[in-house]
Design a protein around this ligand. Sequence first.
Ligand code: GLN
Length: 482
Amino acid sequence: MDSDFEKLKAREIAAKIHSRVISSVEVTKYFLDRIESLNPEINAFISFDHEFALSQAKRIDNRIGSNDITSPLMGVPVAIKDNIQVSGLPTTCASRILSGYKAVFDAGLVEKIKRAGLVIIGKTNLDEFAMGSSNEYSYYGPVKNPIDNTKVSGGSSGGSAAAVAGGMVPLAIGSDTGGSVRLPAAFCGVPAIRPSYGRISRYGLVAFASSLDQIGPFALDVTDLAMLLSIVSGYDYRDSTSINVPIPDYASILKSGLNGLRVGIPKEYFGDGIEQTVRLAVNDVIRHLKNDNVELVDISLPTTKYSVAVYYVIANAEASSNLARYDGVRYGYRSDSIESLFDLYCNSRSEGFGQEVKRRIMLGTYVLSAGYYDAYYRRAMKVRTLIRDDFNRAFEKCELILSPTSPSVAFDFGERLVDPLKMYLSDIYTVASPLAGIPAMSVPCGKDPSGLPIGLQLIGKRFDEESVLQGAYHIERMMDVV
Ligand code: GLN
């Protein structure tokens, strides 16, 4: 084969397919081979299916052959996080409790991907039920960071981030409840966006915390990302929280960059606990933006200090309720040692869920229980409103908010497993935007001295993904020339 397809952007691969230089089948085979050879080490995929992928590619080649080109990315492979349903493929959520389960329907976003003619190549690894920040809580083993195999990929969509960064697939889909798209994107050095709550259908995304869950794409650059976001966005009557608003052609507006956009710098996101290399890289971007005459404004988000606590009360409360359905009766894992109905529930759940998921179910059940509901859940909901108010006030002064994505670069395996609180603090910069329902993305902004990627976060107003992507595009261009 004359091309190293992993070095090309998705749109470049698509252009070759559309002009018949190469077929979708050949491209798909190429990436299946890459997965075959790299996955044993990186562990980004839980499953991939040659026959399933190649039969889609064949159909797509036929459509292209008769000039039925339905999207600019048609023919390009895409990977899907394994908590999103693709009919006929297993959905494991990286949990033992779903072993043996095969999806019987397509998620809303999967339907859109199929309609646009992208090839679903496999299902990516994640922290069990998307609960985690390092991808170490997967029943199928941790995902290694393709930039440095001794480091975590970040979580929970670590498989999707590593698959794209490692050149196993040019595009991937993840989900983000409190940072799960942005954190692994930052750790693996690729851009990814968590759009506004309601922008992408959650129908067929296995629920973790329903008021926070949102699907988000990964790509190799901001232009590919914008193109994929246009494909997967849109109203779906089967998700009552999806919103019927126009879907912009995101890729077409990128070039305006930060023209006319004011960028807010929240002082609370640059406090203690942030690694020096991250601080330096983000400050460097800020300096360059100043030189570029971008209007920067100091802002304050005073409730930032409560956001991790509020997030973990609300997310766990919702998880404890959402995960009640896994009882060993209808699907997935069932314990062998059962003598009563109680044993069926209790043993199946005890053996089927991992430690972290059980910790969350217990915490969530506790904060919802009579006597504690007011002190924890209700209070967290009130502070959630204050967090939203903070953002609304800030957005009177600016269109975008800039911060680090994570206080650190990718860390060592095991480093935070001993201390769940330390793991939770990885999310300090990413949990507030989901609580407010607003879009946020991570874009690479440099490397630390050992070559580990650093991510910069841009947060925008509700349904203003355009500004977020424009800002990221501006920074991406800037990093190219710096
Ligand atoms: N790391 C956060 C958690 O563990 C966020 C996870 C996510 O966004 N799915 O809950």
